[in-house]
Design a protein around this ligand. Structure first.
Ligand SMILES: NC(=O)c1ccc[n+]([C@@H]2O[C@H](COP(=O)([O-])OP(=O)(O)OC[C@H]3O[C@@H](n4cnc5c(N)ncnc54)[C@H](OP(=O)(O)O)[C@@H]3O)[C@@H](O)[C@H]2O)c1
Length: 224
């Protein structure tokens, strides 16, 4: 039987009803985190949560409106479609006060994969949310297709974590590790522009080789 850990932070996944969000939710709930799926529509959030609980054989995931999910969590992960990045953050500014916001946004179009211009999405998020929220950039290179498979097993993908606050970065590194991935601190928020840009490379690789799971791996350093 799976057991939820009261010591682990409650994680809201804002825009968690799409492709990336449910994958992160499955892996975190599998690691004992309490999860709140956020959506613009309550019924949609609840439906996604129920479907993850049923797959995972647990009841650690609930669904709420994005604003309520943001208020109720300790850490929020933003996985709204990239075109909604700025408006979604504007609408969630008050609800996110006092929280860590993990920005997984990669502003790269599938049809035309070019690296975005600075500032990075997490830097834009930090500027919108202000100093009462700590923003961390992470998971931009972790494919939704990879997250879906082999729940409970280690993943062959690494996570680059960029933040100006090292304690917040280490919290997210622990979460990624709990999800079965190696994660590396990769510098401040502005470095996230490189991480976002790598998504353009990964989409191009996937298109050329007919795959959906190209991701990154760091060599030359041994960590667990
Ligand atoms: N897909 C991947 O493999 C992948 C990998 C790494 C990072 N990412 C990043 O993760 C984010 C989500 O990607 P995705 O593929 O999961 O996207 P998606 O499935 O297209 O959309 C995610 C969610 O965004 C919400 N949304 C749509 N329009 C919105 C709006 N105008 N305002 C607020 N919310 C809106 C929807 O939730 P509701 O309708 O329920 O509100 C939707 O379920 C993107 O920033 C992407 O760059 C994706």
């Amino acid at each position: 039987m799976r057991v939820v850990s009261e010591k682990k932070p409650i994680v809201a996944i804002l825009g968690g009803t799409g492709k990336e969000g449910p994958g992160l939710a499955r892996r975190l709930s599998g690691a004992g985190y309490r999860i709140i799926i956020g959506s613009r529509k309550l019924e949609k959030a609840k439906k996604t949560a129920e479907s993850i609980n049923s797959e995972m054989g647990s009841s650690f995931v609930e669904g709420q409106l994005n604003g309520d999910a943001a208020k109720a969590c300790n850490i929020a992960i933003l996985t709204v479609v990239q075109s909604a990045h700025e408006p979604a953050l504007q609408g969630l500014k008050n609800a996110l006060k006092g929280k860590i916001l993990v920005d997984a946004t990669a502003r790269v179009e599938f049809r035309n994969p070019y690296p975005p211009e600075p500032p990075s999405a997490p830097r834009i998020a930090q500027d919108i949310l202000g100093e009462e929220v700590i923003v961390v950039g992470a998971f931009q290179n972790v494919p939704a297709h990879t997250l879906k498979k082999n729940i409970g097993k280690k993943l062959n993908t690494d996570v680059l974590v960029c933040a100006d606050d090292i304690d917040a970065a280490n919290t997210v590194i622990r979460m990624a590790k709990d999800m079965g991935m190696r994660a590396f601190y990769a510098g401040g928020l502005d470095n996230s522009i490189v991480v976002e840009g790598m998504t353009a490379l990964l989409i191009s690789i996937n298109k050329y080789y007919g795959t959906k799971t190209a991701s990154i791996g760091i060599s030359g350093i041994n960590i667990d």
